[in-house]
Ligand binder design. Structure first.
Ligand code: G3P
Length: 217
């Protein structure tokens, strides 16, 4: 399973990229706003750090505007994935950009029907938002299972990119289903390394080791 970081924060990306666990990055207009920085410069800097796919989202909502913005974003670097909203214009732009070999991540997916259309439009990635579905008492992870089944039925190559992840358990559940990617906030990737029994076990080993008076080097 690939793990992407869902952030536009350069210092968090730099830090966590050193772990070797970061396969790509996703950003959105809210994350760019939170960074307080210029989108073009930020995407350029992220692409210089991470070699995997880096999603940069258009802000136009009409086909022509999405095409113009999408091409500009794709020109930043060969690993930019243009992020388009799951609307009629968005899927039309998805088909056009994908036909030009530009990777597209279709975002704001909340139903299996939407995911089916995105795959038919040639999306490289579909981003179902599990946390926002859970927020309204729906079952986000059930949507991932439905999409996985539909894509397998027809051998679609669109990758399922689980988004709006709120916990380590979400990542585990997505992995059990077999989702291709989870995009996760930096804090959750850091939490994935941790277990209280690891900390306790290590502390006990170090205490016992001290009693030997030995040194490996
Ligand atoms: O990148 C889109 C997605 O991951 C947003 O997550 O937490 O704002 O629902 P959230």
């Amino acid at each position: 399973m690939k793990l992407f970081l869902d952030t536009a924060d350069i210092s968090e990306i730099t830090d966590l990229n050193r772990t070797g666990m970061v396969d790509g990055i996703t950003t959105n207009p809210s994350l760019i706003a939170k960074s307080g920085r210029n989108i073009i410069q930020t995407i350029e800097e992220i692409c210089a750090i991470v070699s995997g796919p880096v999603s940069a989202e258009v802000t136009a909502t009409d086909y022509d505007g999405m095409m113009q913005e999408g091409r500009k974003l794709a020109n930043i670097s060969s690993n930019v994935t243009v992020k388009l909203p799951l609307t009629e214009d968005g899927l039309r732009a998805c088909a056009s950009l994908s036909a030009d070999d530009i990777m597209v991540n279709v975002t704001l997916c909340f139903s299996a029907a939407q995911a089916l259309l995105a795959a038919k439009a040639g999306a490289s990635f579909i981003s179902p938002f599990v946390g926002r579905l859970d927020d309204i008492c729906s079952d986000g992870m059930n949507l991932i299972s439905e999409i996985a089944e539909i894509y397998a039925n027809y051998d679609f190559s669109t990758e399922i990119l689980v988004a709006s992840v709120r916990s380590v358990q979400d990542v585990v559940d997505a992995a059990i289903i077999g989702a291709d990617v989870a995009t996760i906030p930096p804090k959750i990737l850091s939490q994935m390394f941790k277990h209280p029994l690891t900390d306790k076990g290590l502390a006990d080993f170090m205490t016992d080791w001290k009693t030997t008076g030995q040194s490996i080097l």
